[in-house]
Design a protein around this ligand. Structure first.
Ligand code: ATP
Ligand code: MG
Length: 288
């Protein structure tokens, strides 16, 4: 167990985001390796505490990057210590391990199953993530690459299951249509359904090897994104060779009407995720 920041030796930076900087660190007494996220001091104290407490609760799921403790320096800076994820973000992993960063369907089903199980735990605890995107999932080297949920920087723990969200946060490209409406008209949205939309985009991005809603090379500015997300055809065109199960699964996530969109629990039962054992066997034989 790490007792204080002074026991840690900084090795090198792992990433830099809007929420802070992440470093690879070594615990000097045990030589164990961790990742340390220093939350930028511009964040309000209450928001920083929210990130820490949500990550701690979320971390009881094996599909969330394990929280190992939090530290506060005398000047008020807060950092979160967590497991080091060797293969980096899901986008790094896709680029490094697959041609054109395109995952085959069985690999997407495997990733989606792990992520949905993690979200089932979050949503059951009334936690909405609100910043679902490929760089916020991390991959390690255990049992042929476990994928885990990270970055609770803009997450929220709602007081009840039916509570609605009313603030504009997250990354524009992965916002659901109703969240764009909310940004324009000041209404509220169902945070759970909004997470599911963004998950659908991430899964489709793994299939295509690129962000699904813009043409390659198109500038991802606010008007282009709003137009594509709110007025584009949904689900977007998926290549002919994709399986019916996969197309249907993406359609259940990228349903414009948040009331008709599937919940995480429903998606865990979808035929794309629950493959029959004999199908699994055919697949592994086909691979070898
Ligand atoms: P953003 O605003 O870009 O979402 P952020 O400041 O909120 O980022 P994180 O998403 O928590 O910060 O981390 C930023 C990046 O650092 C990740 O995308 C990843 O590349 C790297 N990183 C974070 N945590 C770990 C970890 N535990 N192990 C390995 N790499 C990590
Ligand atoms: Mg991030």
């Amino acid at each position: 167990e790490v007792k204080s920041l002074t026991e840690l030796e900084k090795l090198h930076p792992l990433g830099q985001g809007s929420g802070g900087a992440v470093f690879k660190v070594r615990h000097k007494p045990t030589r164990a390796i961790y990742a340390l996220k220093k939350i930028s001091s511009s964040a309000a104290a209450a928001e920083t505490q929210e990130e820490v407490s949500i990550h701690r609760i979320a971390s009881s799921s094996p599909h969330v990057v394990k929280f190992q403790g939090s530290f506060q320096t005398p000047n008020g800076d807060v950092s979160i210590l967590m497991d080091y994820m060797e293969s980096g973000s899901l986008s790094d992993h896709a680029k490094a391990s697959y041609h054109d960063a395109r995952l085959p369907e069985h690999a997407i089903a495997d990733v989606a199953r792990q992520i949905l199980q993690g979200f089932s735990h979050l949503h059951a605890n009334n936690i909405v993530h609100r910043d679902v995107k490929p760089s916020n999932f991390l991959v390690n080297n255990n049992n042929n690459n476990e994928v885990k949920i990270a970055d609770f920087g803009v997450s929220k723990r709602l007081p009840t299951r039916l509570a609605r969200c009313d603030s504009y946060v997250g990354t524009a490209a992965y916002l659901s249509p109703e969240r764009f409406d909310m940004a324009a008209h000041g209404s509220t949205y169902d945070g759970f359904a909004a997470d599911v939309w963004s998950l659908g985009l991430v899964f489709l991005e793994l299939y295509l090897g690129r962000y699904p809603l813009l043409e390659p090379g198109q500038k991802p500015d606010w008007p282009a994104l709003m137009c594509a997300i709110c007025f584009g055809e949904m689900p977007p065109k998926i290549p002919e060779e994709a399986s019916e199960e996969f197309k249907e699964f993406i359609g259940c996530c990228l349903e414009k009407d948040p009331c008709k969109r599937w919940t995480v629990q429903q998606l865990l039962g979808h035929r794309f995720i629950v493959r029959r054992p004999e199908e699994e066997e055919e697949r592994t034989q086909g691979d070898s």
